[in-house]
Design a protein around this ligand. Sequence first.
Ligand SMILES: NC(=O)c1ccc[n+]([C@@H]2O[C@H](COP(=O)([O-])OP(=O)(O)OC[C@H]3O[C@@H](n4cnc5c(N)ncnc54)[C@H](OP(=O)(O)O)[C@@H]3O)[C@@H](O)[C@H]2O)c1
Length: 334
Amino acid sequence: MKIAINGATGFTGRLAVAELARRGIDAVLVGRDPARLRAAATGTGFATRLADIGDHQALRDAFTGADAVINTAGPFTRLGPPVIRAAIAAGAHYVDTTGEQHYIQDVFATFADTDVTIVPAMADDGGPSDFISHLAGSTAGPKASMTVALWYRGGGFSRGTLRSLDPTALFDGALRYEHGQWATYGDASRAVLTFPGSNTPTTVGKAALPPVATVPRHTDVTRMEGLLGGSFDALKNGIDPATIDALPEGPDQAQRAASTWTIAVEATNDGGAVRGTVQGRDGYATTAVIAVEAARRLAADGAKPGVLAPSQAFDPESFLGFLTEHGARWAVET
Ligand SMILES: NC(=O)c1ccc[n+]([C@@H]2O[C@H](COP(=O)([O-])OP(=O)(O)OC[C@H]3O[C@@H](n4cnc5c(N)ncnc54)[C@H](OP(=O)(O)O)[C@@H]3O)[C@@H](O)[C@H]2O)c1
């Protein structure tokens, strides 16, 4: 098995490279900067291939021979589609670490008819939230109304995350699923939520979360919206690129180790309410673990061709069970 990783020189990409090495999976590291590529490969024994995302042939050649591609180069709205096209041309399955809801919608609309499997959003928000929503929705039964809420505490964001964060798309432009379609909407259905593991309510606001784009494709929901916990006032007007450039590349190891993420899903229908929860630490390391495992499973087991939501490509209980080996906890309660 061989896995190509595009964006290998970035903050998330290097964590994924370390995870590939830890698991003994052969990899080829793909990037545009020779010195950064050499540094990313140091101590791993992995091959490197030079390719800018703007160069289709170089990217396709770099992916040729790989069973699957992991793409960690964002913003995906701008940089994702050329990488998918190159993976398809090379005959390699594709997973990425996007959190961009509108990009996920575009991928489903654009790349449905392919011979390989494409699974966007295999990160710490998109993967676990899709899996737990599927399990909560299946337990609730048909025609559930669903909210999915995400709460990050501590740690902070990488420069790459901040560069990928388009405040218009993330907040006002958030899509809700209702009456069989996705559309922008007014206010969120609630302003506070008491997350599992907390005694006090947390402010929540509407947000363009990945599971709203993926879950209605495999679970019978009549309505679904996404909520983000905490205050994001500082992000709502956008951050000046020069300010982002001056920040550290990402949270350091101590900050990451102290950070937590919580996903809380509520599925309600005539039968009552079902709650699903997934919690873990260090969202960036978890994202690397998720992306590598997703690519490994596609390379080893395959899946239907086309664009798939996480729960269409992988068994939700099996994948969440795998994440418990990495410190995550999950539960579905009626
Ligand atoms: N949803 C989630 O939970 C989650 C979690 C983790 C990460 N993410 C997403 O993953 C993405 C990466 O984050 P990050 O912190 O790793 O960012 P980063 O450190 O800025 O890394 C970006 C990577 O993309 C590469 N790149 C950019 N433009 C390129 C081009 N034209 N050709 C080739 N390579 C190019 C960079 O190469 P150079 O090194 O040469 O600049 C670098 O390897 C972001 O979109 C972030 O939001 C999402």
